[in-house]
Design a protein around this ligand. Structure first.
Ligand code: GUN
Length: 302
């Protein structure tokens, strides 16, 4: 059965749009997300365009700051500083990857934690590890929401995460091992140095593939009835397609679909949920910026 990220993310967007209507009806300005895009990486252009479009659909304000690929680090940091101190903007994301001459860590740390709706700042990552309320990185947050809305049983299950990136694999492993629902999994985090990888994947009740290699996970690596979540989106050259490429996940969907109990498609799976989670974080940033005593009765401060 499909874990339909498009359907669920559309539901979440409707829920957020309703909350925005209530905020505005109470005299508050709607949430506002700013995105900084450096250069013209094709995939980044696509992601940022769909983030901005989603903001428009649900009644958020948005600002897109485009900078050339040869922009200096100083100039980028100055843009971030200006947005940090702009009270009309609640959330700020700097689309990654950045050009090589820019220090990504320095940039990440320059975003104010209370506006860091990507959840990449060390303060927010630290809170996530401690289980404190914070902005959770959008992709793992979206996956948790997808598992929750499909009532996937996670407690006591063996979850295998492929890939240890700071923005997906590592926080994913963390969230799933928490005492929560979804959560309470026994988690194995596999990576490029893992030996006998398929021994692990074959014992996974829940398999999260986030390694960025097209169609890496094949049917022989998957247990019957497993829940398979595919985070990959790699552009694979295909001249028969009018764009010149097709999008492939980390999972060989055609064959794994026959074994899995649930599986996310690519596109229409995790990518959609990532955007929905970013919007949820931006709404939270807006609510946090309203003084608690002023929060209208029907707006929950989650
Ligand atoms: N690049 C790939 N994924 C992401 C993301 O979730 N946020 C940002 N800012 N850049 C990314």
């Amino acid at each position: 059965m499909l874990l339909d990220g498009k359907k669920i993310s559309d539901e979440i967007k409707q829920e957020i749009a309703e909350e925005v209507r209530l905020l505005v009806a109470d005299g508050y300005r709607p949430p506002h997300l700013a995105a900084i895009l450096v250069g013209h990486d094709g995939a980044s252009e696509t992601y940022v365009a769909s983030k901005v479009k989603s903001c428009e659909q649900i009644g958020f304000g948005s600002t897109l700051v485009r900078l050339p690929s040869n922009v200096s680090e100083e100039r980028l940091l100055a843009e971030i500083k200006a947005i940090n101190s702009n009270e009309e903007i609640d959330g700020l994301i700097v689309q990654l990857p950045l050009p090589k001459h820019i220090d990504e860590q320095k940039v990440t740390e320059s975003v104010l934690p209370k506006k860091d709706v990507d959840g990449f700042h060390p303060v927010n990552v630290g809170k996530l590890v401690l289980g404190l309320p914070t902005f959770v990185s959008a992709t793992p947050m979206g996956i948790m929401e997808l598992l929750k809305r499909y009532n996937i049983e996670t407690s006591g299950k063996h979850c295998v995460v492929l890939g240890r990136s700071n923005i997906v694999g590592t926080p994913m492993a963390n969230l799933l091992s928490r005492n929560s629902n979804p959560g309470n999994c026994t988690v194995t985090l596999c990576h490029s140095r893992t030996k006998n990888l398929s021994e692990f994947t074959k014992s996974a009740d829940i398999l999260i593939a986030a390694l960025g290699k097209a169609e890496f996970v094949t049917a022989d690596m998957v247990k019957d009835g497993a829940v398979v979540v595919d985070v990959g989106i790699t552009r694979v050259e295909d001249q028969t397609n009018q764009r010149g490429y097709v999008l492939k996940g980390d999972v060989a969907f055609g064959e794994v679909n026959k074994k899995a109990s649930y599986i996310t498609p690519v596109p229409g799976g995790v990518g959609r949920m990532t955007i929905a989670a970013l919007l949820q974080n931006t709404l939270l940033a807006r609510k946090n910026s309203i003084k608690p005593s002023k929060i209208p009765h029907h707006v929950s401060k989650s």
